[in-house]
Design a protein around this ligand. Structure first.
Ligand SMILES: *Cc1c(COP(=O)(O)O)cnc(C)c1O
Length: 404
């Protein structure tokens, strides 16, 4: 008789984990307040309030709301001075927007491989990728784990580069006790549906630098300048303004964000303790200066040798059947069709042949090792964390059932 749920056995869990997004009466009222204010865009009160709150949250001097995380990256790139033809160093282990934003400001993404334990850009490999055309590094805090900001900033200072933090997965993450976002010259957050703080779509840029904030403000507002006239356009900008509905909803959600963060902290730590006891399962290792992981994703490394040689895809299938939904995550970005077939990429990236890029650590992680659990699982109970570990142990004990 089969024991594993994937073969018809009884699953470890039948109950789902907490659903995302969570909706409360306060959210409902917030959206209604925006509606009834008759000011849905410019001239409303919620955007200003939200920007102030978020700046406090990120311990940044300025926050600038935008339509989404991708727009935040585009605005930040040009805001810190990245120009057409510049090279920008990024990780291949991230969401497409980290690369596409560089291309859509006419700059060239240069991929640097990741660290095998943290899955973050490997600071040891950055310097070799710097050329006279390099003007910025995007530090992506993937899963919500901060990059080694000391080392990245030291390299940036030495080569006169700007540092942009892609904190789209890292709301509330902390590096040496300071929230991520404004540790570099500018930082970007996303409020897309899956993110730890969400308004369906939305984004924000943060910075401590008044001039960067002013440039970003212009880029977001059709090239206008703060205190300038309405029909007065100084730079080539976009309209990437957030609506009052989003800002009102975000203000409401931010009230419960600290409690949710605390829950993910506790469950994340407990889950790591449980998973560390399972052979062949290695939770993402923290960078040394990390004092808080945001846990947008809980990533662990799967070693098939400890699971009778069963490939990761089959392991994920079995785990999902036990009631623990998991994913294999990204492919190395430079392998996306876009880099191979879209001529627009080459208008911007010129002679870079992405088909020749090789980041072996990232390729190995993507092809057979990385497994993701989503943040909503960490909003469950301690018992829920035990179910996750129990399901993995069950799959391991009965792995013979998968090797047919
Ligand atoms: C979600 C995400 C983005 C883009 O945000 P959108 O709001 O979806 O445009 C950028 N970078 C990373 C790492 C992300 O996870």
């Amino acid at each position: 008789m089969a024991r594993l749920a994937v073969n018809g056995g009884t699953p470890v869990r039948k109950k789902d984990f907490p659903l995302w997004p969570i909706v409360t009466k306060s959210d409902e009222q917030a959206v209604l307040n925006a509606l009834n204010s008759h000011r849905w865009g410019l001239g409303g009160q919620f955007i200003g309030q939200f920007e102030k709150k978020f700046a406090e949250f990120a311990q940044a001097k300025y926050a600038l709301s935008v339509t989404n995380g991708t727009a935040a990256l585009e605005v930040a790139l040009r805001g810190v001075g990245v120009k057409a033809g510049d090279e920008v160093i990024i990780t291949p282990y991230t969401f497409i927007a980290t690369a596409s934003s560089v291309l859509t400001v006419n700059a060239v993404p240069i991929f640097v491989d990741i660290d095998p334990d943290t899955y973050l850009i490997d600071p040891d490999r950055i310097e070799a990728a710097i050329t006279p055309r390099t003007t910025a590094i995007i530090a992506v805090h993937i899963a919500g784990l901060p990059c080694d900001m000391d080392r990245i900033k030291r390299l940036a200072r030495k080569h006169k580069l700007a540092v942009i933090e892609d904190a789209c997965q890292a709301h509330g993450a902390e590096w040496k006790g300071r929230p991520v976002g404004a540790i570099g010259e500018a930082g970007c957050f996303s409020f897309q549906s899956s993110k730890n703080l969400s308004s369906g779509e939305g984004g924000v840029c943060v910075t401590d630098d008044r001039e960067v904030w002013e440039r970003m403000w212009s880029l977001k507002n059709c090239g206008r300048i703060p205190r300038g006239a309405f029909y007065e356009h100084h730079v080539l900008g976009w309209n990437v303004r957030m609506t009052e509905f989003q800002a009102a909803l975000l203000l409401s959600q931010m009230k419960r964000l600290p409690a949710q963060m605390k829950k993910r902290d506790e469950n994340g730590a407990y889950l790591t303790q449980l998973l560390n006891q399972i052979e062949g399962i290695k939770p993402q290792k923290w960078t040394k200066g990390t004092t808080r992981h945001a846990y947008h994703l809980y990533i662990f490394r799967y070693d098939k040798k400890a699971f009778g040689g069963v490939p990761r895809a089959r392991f994920i299938e079995a785990l999902t059947a036990e009631g623990i939904g998991a994913s294999s995550g990204y492919v190395p970005l430079y392998k996306e069709e876009m880099f191979v077939v879209d001529p627009a990429v080459h208008v911007f990236a010129g002679k870079v042949n992405y088909a020749k890029v090789r980041c072996p650590v990232c390729e190995h992680a993507c092809a057979e090792e990385a497994v993701w659990l989503y943040q909503r699982l960490l909003l469950g109970t301690k018992r829920d964390m035990e179910d996750i570990a129990t399901a993995m142990v069950k799959v391991q004990k009965n792995v013979a059932e998968l090797r047919t």
